[in-house]
Design a protein around this ligand. Structure first.
Ligand SMILES: Nc1ncnc2c1ncn2[C@@H]1O[C@H](COP(=O)(O)OP(=O)(O)OP(=O)(O)O)[C@@H](O)[C@H]1O
Length: 639
């Protein structure tokens, strides 16, 4: 961090000047040979000379001495403003942005009220009430300046709340407090530093302004405001008394702004590595619980018995509310996963795969809600978990590996620190033991030279290495179910294969179950035991992987399989695609949701919702015209 700041020459220069001024003011009694009130009428209103570097005022007092002594109270008052403003605003801004809900609404109302007050009039009232106590007035000014900082910090915290690495920290079981201190605060530090510098500059202006009006130091004691006031009265005779205070004020204000800019750039660079690494995600609050008894998703013919199952999802419906309209994106979904099993969910983009995985890991985005059904994990009712139980579930039951490894790792933390915090949070290990465990985890995900990797920031890793670190974090809590949402989509093909191989070998070593979400049959086919095909928010087919892949019964599954690059025989032909596009959630028809793109469509497909039924042992399909051996599987593929 310090290196990044020093790289900004302007800011470094400004900091040196600012520090020099502050130190000189603090050490004024030592640095000056005369006192600030020592008069010498014979030397009145002189210009700069070797004896008086900034000249003298009308009473022959040395202006430099008065600037240095006067700066002590002026800078102290500015500091009070800044400390009060930032000290009040930062906690409120973080709570409003990160916690949200009613806390956000209350804080927003209070800040709106304070912002609507006329600052100058309030200050004059405060000054009248505390005319002898400028520090109290400065503290009041700090309170008046806090609301814009609250808004700024709130915005930064809100943006961080939506980052993938916060989801990852939640799934790793870190409590809200730890997440705020370890992940949110470092990310809002940039805006805080800038605001602190600006608040100090503003405080300085106010301190000087109030003193100019006579509320500050009383003669003969100096401060910069009273010096400017006195200087303005003798401006016709000499500009130096005015310039001395004015230059000090201008210099400190300018350096504060430049230092603030430098600090902000330093904070941004240290958490991003490069600006291109920063991405935003929509906000996501906790989900709500509700029930929906009706189920069109029929019984799974191939599943572990409920008492053997690790995860049992029944009739799950998920909806998003945007602009006051609720839209179901997953409807009536059944899914069962046995301990140690790898199940894949496959389907085109927008079919609801991630919504299912996020509902299971309790990470639905803002506006997202479980509106029906149940999710049971071992003996837990996942949808109703709260507080400690939710941390416990995330800490020891599920883990989440996200699509983009770069955004899923906190860019402001070295890999070793990031993993150590996860390891220490749950197991209460000493630092040394936690560091050893971190190296063990990095070795477990087959990263060469774990000690060197532990010292790097995420932006210093390749995509594949970053995803291995993401997996190391996911297994650090020894989960029973690892959810991997498109874990290889952001990686190139060779790295994809390595990551899938790693997931398979970790699953075997640790005995955990895996729910793999992908739009790519090739990925699912490499490691899954069973597969669930989703279309339009519902399951259209499921069964053992080899069975579904060899004998797809739903035309959609068949079309997906036909679109795999590996199924193209003639390299000269373009890749096949499925005709039409996925319907948006609000456009789903009553009958078969795939009907508009299906060449097997008949009138009865549109008449009523299509139930799931068994086509064979261990093989279910939601289609009234399931494909049979010999039926064309490419009918919907457009080449
Ligand atoms: N935060 C959100 N707000 C509103 N709608 C959303 C939100 N997230 C997802 N959706 C909608 O939910 C539907 C299902 O999205 P989901 O991400 O679950 O599908 P997916 O199959 O995983 O697709 P992808 O592979 O592109 O992520 C989509 O229509 C999408 O627009």
């Amino acid at each position: 961090m310090a290196r990044q700041f020093l790289g900004n020459r302007l800011a470094t220069g400004a900091l040196i000047v600012l520090a020099a001024i502050v130190i000189a003011c603090a050490a004024a009694p030592v640095l000056t040979s005369s006192g600030p009130t020592d008069t010498s009428l014979g030397e009145s209103l002189q210009g700069p000379s070797a004896r008086h570097l900034l000249g003298t005022d009308q009473l022959g007092r040395d202006l430099l001495t008065r600037v240095l002594f006067g700066g002590r109270s002026t800078l102290l008052h500015a500091l009070i403003v800044s400390l009060v403003a930032v000290g009040v605003a930062v906690p409120l801004g973080i709570v409003a942005g990160y916690v949200g809900g009613w806390a956000d609404r209350v804080i927003a109302t209070v800040t709106d009220i304070v912002m609507s007050l006329p600052a100058m009039i309030v200050m004059l009232v405060v000054m009248t009430a505390f005319s002898e106590h400028l520090p109290v007035a400065m503290a009041a000014l700090g309170l008046i300046l806090a609301p814009p900082i609250v808004r700024n910090v709130r915005g930064a915290a809100l943006a961080v709340r939506n980052e993938l690495f916060i989801d990852a920290a939640k799934v790793a079981g870190l409590s809200k407090g730890r997440i705020v201190f370890r992940h949110v605060f470092p990310r809002v530090l940039g805006p805080i530093l800038v605001q602190a510098a600006l608040a100090t500059a503003l405080g300085l202006q106010f301190a000087v302004g109030l003193s100019f009006l006579g509320f500050g130091a009383q003669p003969p004691s100096p401060d910069w405001g009273s010096m400017i006031s006195e200087g303005s009265q003798v401006l016709n005779s000499s500009p130096w008394p005015l310039l001395a205070g004015g230059i000090a004020l201008g210099l400190v204000s300018l350096t504060l702004v430049l230092v603030g800019d430098g600090l902000r750039d330093m904070a941004v660079e240290s958490w991003t590595g490069s600006p291109s690494r920063r991405r935003r995600r929509p906000a996501r609050p906790p989900v709500m619980v509700s029930q929906a008894p009706r189920s069109q998703d029929g019984p799974e013919t191939e599943k572990p018995a409920p008492d053997e199952a690790l995860l049992v999802v029944r009739g799950l419906s998920v909806a998003f509310t945007t602009g006051g309209t609720e839209r179901k994106v997953v409807s009536d979904l059944n899914l069962t996963i046995a301990p140690g099993e790898i199940v894949g969910i496959v389907g085109e983009s927008g079919c609801g795969k991630s919504s299912v995985s996020r509902a299971v890991s309790r990470l639905l985005a803002s506006g997202g809600e479980i509106v029906g059904g149940s999710i049971r994990f071992a003996d837990k009712d996942v949808a109703s978990l709260k507080g400690e139980d939710l941390y416990e579930y995330r800490r020891h039951s599920v883990s989440y590996v996200a699509q983009d490894p770069m955004t899923a790792l906190d860019p402001s933390l070295r890999v070793g620190v990031l993993l150590r915090r996860i390891v220490q949070a749950g197991e209460g290990l000493s630092r040394r033991a936690a560091d050893a465990r971190v190296l063990e985890l990095l070795a477990q995900v087959q990263l060469p030279d774990p000690a060197a990797v532990a010292k790097r920031y995420p932006h210093e890793l390749s995509g594949g290495m970053a995803q291995r670190v993401g997996i190391a974090r996911a297994i650090a809590t020894k989960p029973r179910l690892l959810i991997a949402d498109e874990p290889t989509t952001a990686l190139d093909v060779t790295v994809q294969a390595e990551i899938l191989g790693l997931l398979r070998s970790l699953q075997q070593q640790l005995g955990m179950a895996v729910l793999l979400v992908s739009h790519d049959w090739g990925v699912v086919a490499q490691i899954c035991d069973r597969v669930v095909v989703m279309y339009g928010g519902e399951v259209v087919e499921r069964g053992r992987l080899e069975k579904v892949a060899r004998e797809p019964a739903h035309p959609y599954t068949a079309a997906l399989l036909a679109c795999r690059p590996s199924s193209v025989v003639d390299d000269d032909l373009p890749l096949p695609t499925i005709l039409g596009s996925v319907l948006s959630p609000g456009e789903w028809p009553t009958g078969c949701r795939f009907a508009a793109r299906c060449t097997h469509r008949t009138e009865s497909c549109d008449a009523a919702p299509i139930p799931v039924s068994a086509v064979a042992s261990a093989h279910d399909v939601r289609c009234i015209h399931p494909l049979r051996d010999g039926d064309s599987t490419e009918v919907t593929a457009d080449v």
